[in-house]
Design a protein around this ligand. Structure first.
Ligand code: BTN
Length: 319
């Protein structure tokens, strides 16, 4: 009912009389008043003026499922959304939903996470209402070895495209899947797989992005879109654009194959062509980052002339 009231108020933009709304929606004036109070508590700025009625002045910066899906216009990405004000990790819930047979494109969103998971066993700091924290369920029809990394590259490209579209900022990708602006980290991607030996059941793409964090909630190596733009960014618009870009790139990938995504990824990469050190646990290798291969592995030419392929790790750009 609250969704219906909101879409009524959004369509009309001007004042609408309580009689008209309650008549159209088949509820009493008292029930309407109660719903309006609840919407106000959720952050919707709705004014009531005697003899004129109700007017929606502004909507809160919350990623409510019906606000996200409203004018999303995707075919399957984000058609089913699970929204939480707080959650331990969106990854864990998306994994459970996948096991229970949730459809492709199912999205789990949280306004904050208490146990946000980063790559290589790290934590992902997820302060409330500041960022975008999501897990997306995909069911690609490809082999386990190649699928996860290509989908990670696909997500990274989609995020950069969406950031450009919404903010005009140039985000870049540091291998494997750090989203950077300048030299500072803006976001990351964590991909988890549920697979048999020869078949992928589903993949969960986890995305964490610093959007409206102010400087004091960021470590020195991190940044946020707000810090870069010096203004708040609409998390809803950015999230919707990320979902649209993921769907477009996923369809491209299904029709044209992994190479089409890898080509786009190269354009956003700030790692290729540079001298790098790649750390994995206590080991590291050093050399020139030549390219990525079809599995998303980084090809590094060592000083000995031998080329090594690295599948995971942290890259330091030497120059
Ligand atoms: C990285 O380490 O760079 C990847 C971070 C991925 C964080 C996101 S936030 C939403 C989703 N849920 C999690 O617990 N982790 C991912």
């Amino acid at each position: 009912m609250q969704e219906k009231i909101l879409s009524f108020l959004k369509r009309r933009q001007d004042y609408v009389s309580g009689d008209q709304i309650s008549h159209r929606l088949g509820i009493t004036r008292q029930a309407l008043w109660k719903h309006i109070q609840e919407l106000k508590e959720a952050g919707y700025d709705i004014v009531a003026v005697p003899h004129l009625g109700y007017q929606l002045k502004s909507i809160p910066d919350r990623l409510f499922a019906f606000e996200v899906s409203g004018d999303l216009n995707t075919k399957f990405i984000g058609r089913k959304i699970y929204y939480f004000d707080g959650l331990s990790s969106t990854m864990a819930l998306a994994m459970q939903l996948g096991i229970k047979g949730a459809p492709e494109g199912t999205l789990v969103l949280a306004e904050s996470q208490t146990k946000g998971k980063g790559r290589l066993g790290r934590n992902w700091f997820s302060p409330k209402y500041k960022g975008i924290y999501l897990s997306l369920l995909l069911k690609p029809k490809i082999l386990p070895c190649s699928s996860a990394s290509v989908l990670t590259l696909l997500a990274a490209v989609s995020i950069c495209e969406a950031i450009k579209e919404i903010t005009g900022l140039d985000a870049r990708i540091k291998w494997p899947n750090d989203i950077l602006i300048g030299h500072k980290k803006l976001g990351g991607i964590l991909t988890e797989l549920n697979a048999e030996m020869d078949e992928v059941n589903f993949v969960i793409i986890g995305i964490g992005l610093n959007v409206n964090n102010d400087k004091k909630t960021l470590v020195s190596a991190a940044t946020s879109l707000r810090e870069q733009k010096k203004e708040n960014i609409s998390r809803i618009s950015l999230l919707q654009e990320i979902l649209r870009k993921i769907e477009t790139n996923y369809l491209l990938f299904q029709v044209k194959g992994a190479q089409s995504i890898i080509d786009k990824w190269r354009d956003y990469s700030i790692t290729l062509g540079r001298r790098v050190k790649v750390y994995y646990h206590k080991e590291h290798i050093e050399g020139e980052a030549l390219d990525i291969d079809a599995d998303g592995g980084l090809l590094v030419r060592k000083d000995s002339g031998v080329t090594a392929k690295v599948m995971a790790g942290d890259v330091i750009h030497c120059r």
